[in-house]
Design a binder for this molecule. Structure first.
Ligand code: BES
Ligand code: MN
Ligand code: ZN
Length: 481
């Protein structure tokens, strides 16, 4: 369910709403502009701040029930020390949206000091992120007993201009038997139709014609038709080289013949998070009508063992002519991306950013708190890191030194698809670099640890996080005219 958002001005103390979230920083001062609200609450709000019942720390919240005047309830939420205003407002709003949904109110409002422009957007984004819930497969109680869902929210702004947010976490959360490569292709077509974008979908037959042996090797074990999906948004000038966004779209990764252990294998439905990120970003960029050209590329299939699947030891030739020794069929994402990155050359990109749940090693290195970031161009990398930070999806750079390249040199082919024991995230990125069109700045985002969470992350429940949509959108926004 997505949240209908509106923006308005006015005094929150006179607002008739079942729930008003008020975001406050640490420091123990209750804002004077909220005096009408405090009076309606018989001074309970300022008292809670003064006596330390509410300190304003990050992720802190306090629910106060009213007396029949003004908002029915006030939820104080902490902003922390507010060193990064955009990020802390986003986080507080996410928590508020989540609490609002849990309380079973249909509408809520949120106020924070001097909300305008970016701040309004941060609140809008946070509220819709927090309110998001996935109940498609839960049998619902009879209508009368059903808890209400948060469907609308108002941002109270000193500068009421509109803002909106996009949601693609749903795609991530859908199970592999529903969200198939065909389903992703259909979703891309829907987005294209809504925003009048050009879309092309290539299936097994076309991939053969394009000589994508590496991509096809991964798809060899599944009867489902693999899909190379292209969505083109042209918001910039005609001749401007596009930003190309590339996403790994493995709708399920069993590991293939190098099969994964059973425990936790169900998590591999999230192996299409990079692809969901690309679709979400293209949709958001089109909605925002950013003046920039963006091409989204998705390589989608499933990785399955079967009598027709690829086997360890197989050698294939990717569409850029390089030969690959497949030593582990579970290192399949890079095999798909090798051909998709090669394919991107035809768009003559100004920059390429790919996102992939590529390596378990990245989760070991950085946990769930940072995306692994690697590049062939450090200036572009700085730009992407800044965009990621702005979007509240922090990344951290890993080195791409030549020493590591030794580890992926093939014995009988140009490269092999796994490195040695160590530096698995870096060797995977170095493998991808072999297929990036010559001279094009490129950044790789390893989102294995950040695309979804196996535990509740306070503001985000366990499950899909929506990473890397915001990074992509912020980057495109930074590049827009
Ligand atoms: N999709 C996985 C990576 C992954 C693992 C994502 C855990 C999220 C959580 C990828 O296809 C994979 O299996 N990578 C292998 C590479 C290895 C065989 C070199 C891995 O990380 O084990
Ligand atoms: Mn794998
Ligand atoms: Zn995978």
């Amino acid at each position: 369910m997505s949240l209908a958002l509106s923006v308005r001005g006015g005094d929150p103390g006179r607002l008739a709403t079942p729930l008003l979230a008020v975001a406050l920083p640490t420091g123990g001062v209750f804002p004077r502009v909220l005096s009408a609200l405090d009076v309606a609450y018989a001074g309970a709000l300022s008292r809670a701040v003064r006596n330390g019942d509410f300190k304003g720390a990050q992720d802190e919240s306090l629910l106060v029930v009213g007396h029949g005047r003004g908002p029915a309830r006030v939820l104080l939420v902490g902003l922390g020390d507010g060193s990064d205003a955009y990020a802390s407002i986003t986080r507080a709003a996410t928590l508020a949206g989540r609490k609002g949904n849990a309380l079973g109110v249909r509408r809520m409002a949120m106020w924070s000091e001097k909300l305008a422009g970016d701040g309004v957007e941060a609140v809008a984004f946070g509220l819709s992120r927090g309110a998001w819930d996935f109940t498609d497969y839960k049998t619902q109680p009879p209508a009368k007993e059903r808890p209400k869902q948060l469907v609308g929210a108002t941002v109270i702004s000193s500068d009421p201009r509109g803002s909106r947010g996009a949601l693609l976490r749903r795609l991530q959360q859908l199970p592999g038997n529903v969200c198939t490569p065909e389903y992703l292709a259909r979703t891309a077509r829907d987005i294209a139709k809504r925003h009048r974008l050009r879309v092309s979908v290539y299936g097994r037959r076309e991939l053969k014609r394009l000589k994508m042996e590496s991509f096809l090797a991964v798809a060899a074990g599944t009867p489902q038709d693999p899909k190379l999906i292209v969505v083109e948004y042209r918001g910039g000038r005609r001749g401007d080289a596009p930003i190309v966004l590339v996403g790994k779209g493995l709708c399920f990764d069993s590991g293939g013949i190098s099969i994964k252990p059973a425990l936790g294998m169900e998590m591999m439905k999230y192996d299409m998070s990079g692809a969901a990120g690309v679709l979400g970003a293209v949709e958001a960029i089109a909605r925002l009508k950013l003046r920039v050209n963006v091409v989204g590329l998705i390589g989608s299939t499933t990785n399955m063992p079967s009598g027709t699947s690829m086997n360890p030891g197989d050698v294939v030739t990717a569409s850029n002519g390089k030969t690959i020794e497949i030593l582990n069929t579970d290192a399949e994402g890079r095999l798909v991306l090798a051909d998709v990155l090669s394919f991107s050359a035809r768009f003559k990109p100004v920059a390429i950013i790919d996102a992939a749940t590529l390596t378990g090693a990245c989760v070991v290195a950085l946990g769930n708190s940072a995306t692994g970031v690697m590049t062939n161009d450090e200036k572009l990398q700085d730009e992407v890191l800044a965009a990621a930070k702005r979007g509240g999806e922090p990344g951290w750079p890993l080195p791409m030194w030549e020493d590591y390249r030794e580890m992926i040199k093939g014995d009988i082919a140009d490269v092999k698809n796994i490195g040695g024991k160590g530096a698995g995230t870096i060797t995977a990125a170095l493998f991808l670099r072999e297929f990036v069109p010559a001279g094009v700045p490129w950044v790789h985002l390893d989102i294995a640890g950040t695309a979804y969470s196996e535990t509740d992350l306070v503001v985000i429940p366990k499950g899909p996080t929506g990473v890397p949509v915001r990074t992509f959108v912020e980057f495109a926004r930074g590049r827009a005219r």
